[in-house]
Design a protein around this ligand. Structure first.
Ligand SMILES: Nc1ncnc2c1ncn2[C@@H]1O[C@H](COP(=O)(O)OP(=O)(O)OP(=O)(O)O)[C@@H](O)[C@H]1O
Ligand SMILES: [Mg+2]
Length: 275
């Protein structure tokens, strides 16, 4: 079978020092991209080296990190289709320690083209393993669907981080996602973990937010991060300035929450704060 995981060569596994995270939720507009770019920037700010892979044809992570269409020459599409290596696709962002693999709408075509490709579910995993880019963390921003792109991210990941918007129906979508994670674990990537669920766009004036948070904690216990990301207008303004919120206005409540999230993330992943 062409679509099976590669056997891990022990020497290679021993040298692997990055951790790969898929930021996933098939629901649209729940804060995947916002979480990816702000967590990545906050991690870079405390001295970690981070690679963001924009695996969404919408290219919002690329835009949000200030990459215009004209900066997107070698993209995630080229990596998936095999016409470029991951290293060739990496762009340095203006933020020290933060690199990016951009995406364009071409990636929509990859969903279809991948169907006939060898190791179609492992294109990202193979590219990441072959590159050994030297980053501490690789964060993959997934599209709002459970198609081949998200499957590639989950097959490449050590863990999945799920942004959950504090609104009605949030938990319904979550159980579908968790079933998918289980299936991927059984069939493609036995090491995949759920690192956690991050509550986003929490509105303290809205009782529903409290209820979703309580339900999520009731179902998932300590898988739910203590840090809650509030709904904050500065966060929604930041992408149009091509900057993550934590740079656009590092003092707003949303940015402070993302800095706290990065600390909690490092604590949960048992990574020391100081390099
Ligand atoms: N905490 C927040 N407060 C206010 N607005 C937010 C917050 N988080 C995200 N947003 C805004 O909500 C919208 C959706 O967020 P985002 O793009 O991060 O979601 P997404 O899950 O990546 O969406 P998609 O599924 O389309 O990729 C964006 O306009 C973003 O700026
Ligand atoms: Mg997005």
């Amino acid at each position: 079978m062409s679509d099976m995981p590669t056997t891990t060569v022990p020497e290679l596994a021993a040298t692997k020092h990055h951790r790969v995270y898929a930021i996933a939720n098939q629901k649209g507009g729940v804060g995947k991209t916002t979480t990816t770019i702000n967590l990545a920037t906050a991690l870079a700010a405390v001295g970690k080296s981070v690679l963001v892979i924009d695996l969404d044809p919408q290219g919002n992570a690329s835009t949000g990190l200030g990459f215009d269409q004209s900066d997107r020459t070698i993209t995630a599409y080229d990596v998936l289709s095999g016409s470029a290596t991951l290293r060739q696709a990496i762009r340095h962002s203006p933020i020290p320690g933060l690199d990016l693999v951009t995406s364009t709408v071409d990636l929509l075509g990859a969903e279809i083209e991948l169907i006939d490709m060898e190791r179609r579910s492992y294109r990202v995993r193979d590219a990441v393993e072959a590159a050994d880019t030297g980053h501490d963390f690789i964060l993959i921003d997934c599209p709002p669907a459970l198609g081949l792109l998200t499957l590639n991210a989950l097959a490449a990941a050590d863990a999945v981080l799920v942004p959950l918007q504090c609104e009605f129906f949030a938990l319904e979508g979550l159980s579908q996602l968790l079933r998918t994670v289980d299936r991927v674990k059984r069939s493609f990537n036995p090491d995949l973990e759920l690192t956690g669920v991050v509550l986003t766009m929490f509105d303290k004036r809205n009782n529903l937010s409290e209820q979703v948070a309580a339900d999520a904690r009731g179902h998932l216990g300590d898988k739910v991060y203590d840090t809650i990301i509030p709904r904050n207008v500065r966060i929604s303004e930041a992408p149009s300035h091509g900057k993550p919120a934590v740079l656009y206005d590092h003092r707003c409540a949303g940015s402070r929450a993302y800095m706290a999230l990065a600390k909690e993330f490092l604590r949960r992943e048992s990574v020391p704060l100081a390099a």
